[in-house]
Design a protein around this ligand. Structure first.
Ligand code: NAD
Length: 450
């Protein structure tokens, strides 16, 4: 079985490496020659725990190779996976499918013999049909099938998610393609992973419905957290108790600064767009998108309020800029909204992230980048924990507090317990829990009321 992976981002590289680990002969293609050169040397251009070791094993075993030459990579492949980016179109939030369509045209020109073209990128319902049409237009006589196989891996836990997924979803209508896909996923099937064969349309919708549901769950608990703050309740108790209900489940019930990342923001937007185009408005998801955007800005307002309503000339420390721990991905990260709002209000922002600073520097200006949390805290008027990296969970708070100008800690991930901060002199604000020292929340100017 020869597999070609078009696009070597988070999804293409992890999938390609894992398919090679299953024993298949994998060729990965990318337009980015610099990335391909690094990959050929066994260097992983992204931060993903365990990936470099796994990749090096495949290179040593000669099961994986990298190229910029799509035509050679596709020629003779049994299955060609499209794993290119599908970012939101800036005009309307719809998924920008130009990379996927371009890849389809190039694949069509190069395919030889029966080929299964598999869309692994997250694409709106109907895209598989369009890709089939593109390929048919270029190569009217070619033997091929277009299959949908969305990916559910999470950055930071990508290898485990790929190797031990909750389920694999495959959308197709041909028995011939089904045989190829069943062979590709046979190693997982032997591990008793459920493999759902369905139509291409259902498969495309499944990916968006899953992400939109999870984004809704996060947004729901964030609003419950607001209620807890007003009522003097602890959202962690609420989340724990409702999560014990098997119908609800405990995951994705952590109140925080709003979801970010490369998937939820763009996939919720794209689902809203698809709903509009097809005349089936996704009103719940529309509201989730709006509430989440407000929440990220509201986090900056909380910091300003904690500083007495004015941060002009004040130094604010930010711990964590990645959208979540164990990744260097900063796409749509809450920190990327919070930091510019603070800067606009006149604050000097100092920040540290264990791995994502290089990525964040491409999006943020005038940030004082530091070596660690302690350097960030020095002379600060407030420090905010925005990403729950493990190394922020056991900070020496005495050392942090002693070096600050004013002892204010905003824990946007609830990684400390209010009791731990009692008597330390810190003004401690977390999410959906009682403050330690009454914090001036009345000064919070939420975006909606601004
Ligand atoms: N990142 C995630 O956690 C995740 C999880 C599940 C699904 N997805 C989906 O998977 C898709 C890819 O996401 P990603 O995060 O890996 O993207 P990415 O932007 O990290 O990588 C995409 C890669 O494709 C390459 N590329 C674009 N056009 C090409 C072409 N014609 N030929 C060869 N290479 C080409 C780019 O150079 C880039 O390296 C998206 O649709 C995304 O929504 C992502």
């Amino acid at each position: 079985m020869r597999i070609t992976m078009v696009g070597t981002g988070y999804v293409g590289l992890v999938s390609g490496t894992c398919f090679a680990e299953f024993g298949f002969d994998v060729t990965c293609v990318d337009l980015d020659a610099g990335k391909v050169d690094r990959l050929k040397r066994g260097e992983v251009p992204i931060y993903e725990p365990g990936l470099e070791e796994l990749l090096q094993r495949q290179i040593e075993g000669k099961r994986i190779s990298f190229t910029t030459d799509l035509k050679t990579a596709v020629r003779g492949a049994d299955a060609v996976f499209i794993a290119v980016g599908t970012p939101p179109r800036s005009s309307d939030g719809h998924a920008d499918l130009s990379q996927a369509y371009q890849a389809a045209r190039e694949i069509a020109e190069a395919m030889e013999g029966y080929t299964v073209v598999v869309t692994k990128s997250t694409v709106p319902v109907g895209t598989g049909r369009e890709i089939e049409k593109i390929i048919r237009d270029v190569r009217p006589d070619a033997e091929f099938d277009v299959v949908s196989n969305p990916e559910f891996l999470r950055e930071g836990a990508a290898i485990n998610d790929f190797m031990r997924p909750d389920r694999v979803v495959v959308g197709l209508s041909s028995d011939r393609a089904k045989k190829v896909m069943a062979e590709i996923y046979r190693p997982l099937f032997l591990n008793e992973t459920p493999i759902i064969f369905t139509t291409r349309e259902a498969s495309e919708i499944i990916k968006y419905a899953a992400n939109a549901f999870l984004a809704t769950k996060i947004t729901f608990i964030n609003e419950i957290a607001n209620l807890c703050e007003k009522a003097g309740a602890d959202v962690q108790d609420v989340a724990r108790a409702i999560g014990m209900d098997g119908r609800i489940g405990k995951k994705f019930l952590h109140a925080g600064p709003g979801y970010g990342g490369s998937c939820f923001p763009k996939d919720t937007l794209a689902l809203v767009q698809t709903g509009e185009v097809l005349g089936a408005p996704q009103r719940i998801v529309e509201m989730v998108v709006q509430v989440n955007a407000e929440r990220q800005r509201d986090m900056a307002e909380r910091i300003i309020a904690a500083c007495g309503g004015d941060v002009q000339g004040k130094r604010i420390g930010i711990l964590g800029v990645a959208f979540k721990p164990n990744t260097d991905d900063v796409r749509e990260a809450p920190a990327l909204t919070i930091i510019p709002v603070l800067q606009e209000a006149g604050a000097i922002v100092a920040a540290f992230d264990p791995v994502a600073m290089e990525q964040a520097q491409k999006h943020l200006k005038d940030v004082v980048w530091c070596q660690d949390a302690y350097e960030v805290a020095r002379d600060c008027d407030a420090v905010a924990i925005v990403t729950e990296w493990n190394e922020f969970r056991a900070l020496d708070l005495t050392r942090i507090g002693d070096s600050m100008r004013a002892k204010r800690l905003l824990d946007m991930r609830n990684i400390y317990k209010p009791e731990e901060l009692e008597g330390t002199g810190f003004l401690y604000m977390s999410i959906g829990r009682p403050d330690v020292q009454p914090a001036p929340r009345d000064k919070i100017r939420t975006v909606s009321s601004a």
